[in-house]
Design a binder for this molecule. Structure first.
Ligand code: BTN
Length: 272
């Protein structure tokens, strides 16, 4: 019998049965693992999905979950969502960078459809609730034949993070359980998988421009005073959303700059 209060186990048949039929048809392979180092690594080193479809991988536990900028993604067993989706794109790599923002929008759509209130996005691809990190997206890509690219979009969402595991996370974080969302990981998994597959199609057809207005509405830091950190370098400015290529727009000393990499956070106001 399942321990009441413990999150249920992932059930591949249930997740697939909950997908809309047209999206299930796009899925050429679906792998649900008890344990893996990283679902992104698993798909990156696997086969291409046939016929322009997608392959997906989920795991109950990642022993070496990957976060952005070489960080680890804390991935305790049976607690959260660890999902990767592989698709081949015939696009220039510069245009593909913004796919990570589009996948953030997909995560927000999925959570909104589950009734999660006030989901927001922090550039480039954090999913936030109440100003704390609920999830994130990591895009990894490799060249394929004919100038196309195999792109793995990995998304992690904290569903019911055990407090001891959460103690290792080096930034303010939250989980769905803290917001009264029942820990139905199978439902979360099928909604997020559906939205990520759909967003991949939308992106392949129309690019990030088609997500731009929605991203701007979800922007957690628009018009806020922020600090941008890129390695040892810090820049202070006012966040002005993103352009149609997904670059952050930052006003610094009256001049607008286009930022393509780094981490932003709210600038601490002295005395706060
Ligand atoms: C971030 O740093 O915010 C990105 C986190 C991405 C984590 C997900 S969990 C599923 C997939 N597999 C990984 O190893 N990383 C991504």
């Amino acid at each position: 019998m399942r321990d009441e209060g413990a999150p249920e186990r992932l059930d591949g048949q249930r997740i697939l049965a909950d997908l809309p039929a047209e999206l299930r048809d796009r899925l050429r392979a679906f792998t649900l693992l008890a344990e893996v180092d990283s679902t992104n690594r698993f798909l990156l080193e696997g086969d291409d999905p046939a016929g322009g479809g997608v392959a997906a991988c989920m795991a109950e536990f990642q022993s070496a979950g990957r976060g952005r900028r070489g960080r680890a993604w804390i991935s305790p067993v049976g607690a959260n969502l660890y999902l990767s989706v592989l698709r081949v794109y015939s696009m220039a790599p510069e245009s593909l960078q913004a796919l990570s923002l589009a996948v953030g929008v997909a995560g927000a759509r999925a959570l909104q459809s589950l009734g999660v209130p006030a989901v927001a996005l922090k550039w480039p691809n954090d999913i936030q609730l109440d100003g704390k990190k609920l999830g994130g997206v990591l895009l990894e890509m490799a060249g394929a034949s004919g100038g196309s690219w195999r792109v793995v979009a990995g998304i992690g969402i904290n569903v019911a993070m055990p407090r001891d595991a959460g103690a290792d996370i080096e930034q303010p974080w939250t989980d769905l359980a803290a917001h009264g969302v029942p820990a139905d990981r199978n439902r979360v998994a099928s909604r997020v998988l559906a939205e990520v597959i759909a967003a991949g199609e939308q992106f392949a057809n129309a690019g990030f421009a088609d997500f731009h207005d929605e991203w701007q509405r979800l922007d957690a830091l628009r018009d806020r005073e922020v600090v941008l950190e890129d390695g040892a370098e810090k820049r202070y400015g006012t966040a002005r959303g993103v352009d149609t290529s997904g670059a952050l727009l930052l006003d610094v000393n009256g001049r607008r700059e286009r930022i393509v990499c780094g981490d932003i956070s709210l600038r601490a106001v002295p005395g706060d």
